[in-house]
Design a protein around this ligand. Structure first.
Ligand SMILES: [Zn+2]
Length: 722
């Protein structure tokens, strides 16, 4: 599609069940924002919608975990997420929420139209039911062994160990997480979207029409889904949290729309709310074929945005996405990023540590945007490392980009009286001319790459223009020419003309850098405008490639550094923080979860545990845990395991060996003699060849320091705790 009348850009709706990490940012929000800023700089008609996904079982599960209500959870996380995005320069036109009545009405209307048209099927089925909790079980409330990798902690919808999508029926030995009992099958009625009816359409549309313009990773995943056989997919659930079925639907009482059905409709309700707020008509954005709809998502969302939602849109009479540039995953320091495993960098953490600090500010949002784009997982998984982050800042943003802009301004003040010098056409050299020609060459390259969603390569070209600027300045050496003075102490005419031409070209190049970097680093682009004393209007894309953006004789501000150096200490602080969060999980998890047999392997490998956050337990489950007071009577380091200590613990009735992951927090000497709390009835585990018989409980304070849980005064070892 070339030059459509309007654009509708969406970024995956994040679950409002917790803070989001930079992997999410790199996957969907940042590339979408770059694309939208580029389109807006071109003055195109574009709306950028997103919002919190506030339904689904993830929300009540988080509520249980935090001991509160689902409503409180979404009201807590929605504003934080919105603020996080804003702080990092993600400029949605609207950040809506699916709990909004407008969304409920929109989703109900959508369901009703499909149902009335006979596009849904009703089936009586048997589903897992927890008799003790008197509740049908959502997929997330069922755990069992993964049929794919044998991981014993897999959920009914997905195995977090191997990543495979599952249905509860596929789990081996399913258990309800509400009661811990095996669930029974019970009759219930549900509505289904018969995807199988649409196989021909999907084959034609994805595998033929979009075989070449969509990313091969996306087409490949779609193909394997379609080839695997499309099945009817339930669109309703027996749940009390979500969009209720319309009252007019017979037998719909007590049922809600399945979250995968209601969430993408959130893009439509967000567009409606935006239109209401701005006095616009939302319809053309979803109904006019001359709208280019682009969904930015992570690869875990491909099936929903390329197969299921398009079928829904087609049936409902809406336009289809023109492209779905899904990203692969971003790993962190050698491991998969995961909220449940505490191996992550949350946006909030970055904002707290870099942006809200006096030495950071919004400029540091651009540093993160820069690094995440430079390592964007566009074609394969990529990896965030703190060292890489530091290098990207120090050796590219500081040394190349920031350095060039700074030198141009410094030299202009020193050699050209603080004003944009004139260009002397008779004194132009081949190097001057070829450098000027690079402006439009770069613009063409960046534009072509952005149109193809190749953000990483596009950013490289912008930085390359700064690199060309540095080389140009280095070859022209205006500071040397300035020493060729006449008898009056002023530079010779020829020399001054060369100086003028050099600085003129360098300053025009700075202005071009601002226009070109704007979609990627919006704060930096505005800072350059400030230094050049021009209004933000200069950032309009039509100015890219132009060689006369700054007027001759115009005086500019004194230089200020665009980026600051990131020190080694900041990087080691972040690495320690990451490790201690993961250690905390290891020591808390210890050798527990006897059902999870690969805990031992994980501990032995000394990597962060891969255990999902534990499901809710009932009191009876808690009562099974035997907690006792013990005393550490000996401690030693475990060979080849940085984090493990081998402890000998006196429990009064016996003495035991316990291996604990606390070696980075305590030396063996300082803990001998301490009273501690021990889980004494855990099944024994072997770690590094040592059998561990129990687990030490620890508390972690806000600074990440670990503390033993011990009685105020010494009491008898073996005393029971309850
Ligand atoms: Zn698995």
């Amino acid at each position: 599609m070339s030059n459509p009348k309007r654009y509708l850009i969406t970024a995956a709706l994040p679950y409002a069940n917790g803070l989001k990490h930079v992997g999410h940012l790199a996957g969907a929000y940042l590339p979408a924002d770059i694309y939208v800023r580029y389109l807006k700089a071109q003055k195109r008609d574009v709306v950028f919608v997103c919002g919190s996904d506030e339904h689904g079982t993830a929300i009540p599960i988080q509520a249980t975990k935090e001991g509160t209500t689902a409503r409180d959870i979404i009201d807590k996380y929605h504003p934080i997420m919105a603020q996080n995005f804003q702080d990092l320069g993600i400029a949605f036109d609207i950040y809506h929420r699916t709990s909004d009545p407008l969304h409920h009405a929109t989703a109900q209307e959508f369901f009703t139209r499909l149902n009335d048209n006979g596009d849904l099927e009703i089936k009586e089925t048997e589903q897992y039911f927890d008799e003790e909790a008197n509740s049908f079980l959502a997929d997330r409330y069922i755990k069992g062994t993964c049929p794919n990798c044998s991981y014993p902690g897999a959920y009914g919808d997905q195995c977090e160990n191997c990543g495979k999508s599952l249905s509860p029926d596929e789990l081996i030995n399913p258990v309800s997480t509400l009661s811990g009992k095996a669930p029974v099958k019970k009759q219930t009625r549900h509505w289904y979207l018969p995807l199988n009816r649409h196989e021909d359409f999907l084959r034609e549309w994805i595998l033929k029409e979009h075989a070449n313009d969509w990313r091969s990773t996306v087409v490949g995943q779609c193909k394997s889904w379609i080839d695997g056989g499309l099945q009817p997919r339930a669109v309703t659930r027996d749940l009390d949290w979500g969009v209720s079925l319309p009252e007019t639907v017979e037998g719909g009482k007590g049922k809600v729309l399945y979250v995968w059905f209601d969430a993408p409709i959130g893009y439509i309700s967000a567009t409606k709310q935006w239109a209401l707020d701005n006095g616009k008509d939302w319809r053309p954005y979803w109904e006019d074929k001359d709208t280019k709809l682009v969904h930015f998502i992570g690869k875990d969302n491909i099936v929903f945005h390329c197969i299921i939602f398009p079928v829904m849109l087609k049936l409902h009479g809406n336009i289809l996405p023109d492209n779905v540039p899904a990203n692969e995953f971003l790993n962190l320091e050698g491991d998969k990023m995961s909220t449940s495993r505490n191996w992550k960098l949350e946006m909030q953490d970055y904002i707290d540590d870099f942006i809200n600090k006096e030495n950071g500010g919004s400029q540091m949002a651009d540093v993160l945007r820069y690094y995440l784009t430079q390592i964007a997982p566009e074609t394969k998984d990529s990896e965030f490392t703190w060292k890489g982050f530091q290098d990207a800042n120090n050796s590219e943003l500081v040394s190349i980009f920031g350095n060039f802009v700074n030198r141009a301004l410094v030299l202009m003040h020193k050699l050209c009286k603080g004003k944009v010098p004139p260009l002397h056409p008779n004194a132009l050299t081949d190097l001057d001319t070829s450098t000027l020609a690079e402006f439009s060459v770069t613009k063409e390259k960046v534009e072509a790459l952005l149109e193809q969603y190749k953000f990483r390569d596009a950013l490289f070209e912008v930085i390359n223009l700064a690199r060309i600027g540095n080389q140009y300045m280095q070859k022209k050496e205006p500071w040397i020419l300035a020493k060729q003075t006449g008898e009056d102490g002023q530079p010779l005419t020829d020399a001054q003309q060369s100086i003028d031409n050099t600085l003129h070209i360098c300053l025009q190049l700075c202005a071009n850098l601002a226009v070109l970097i704007n979609p990627f680093l919006p704060f930096t682009a505005r800072k350059i405008c400030y230094l050049l004393k021009v209004v933000d209007k200069m950032l309009d894309w039509e100015n890219a490639g132009k060689t006369k953006l700054l007027s001759v004789g115009y005086s500019l501000r004194a230089p200020e550094l665009l980026f600051r150096k990131i020190e080694d200490a900041e990087i080691s602080y972040q690495l320690e923080k990451l490790q201690s969060a993961a250690i905390k999980r290891e020591s808390l998890v210890g050798s527990s979860e006897s059902a999870i047999t690969n805990t031992e392997k994980i501990m032995e490998e000394n990597t962060p545990g891969t255990l999902p956050v534990k499901p809710t337990i009932v009191f009876d489950d808690f009562a099974k845990i035997d907690l006792r007071v013990g005393k550490i009577i000996a401690a030693e380091k475990v060979e080849k395991a940085d984090k493990l200590l081998k402890l000998t613990v006196d429990l009064g009735f016996e003495t035991r060996t316990i291996v604990s992951g606390i070696a980075l927090h305590f030396t063996p000497e300082e803990i001998v003699g301490k009273q501690i709390t021990v889980v004494v009835n855990l099944a024994p585990r072997k770690m590094r060849g040592i059998e561990s018989n129990g687990m030490i409980l620890m508390a972690e304070d806000a600074a990440g320091k670990l503390h033993f849980i011990n009685p105020e005064e010494g009491i008898d070892n073996g005393s029971s705790i309850s």
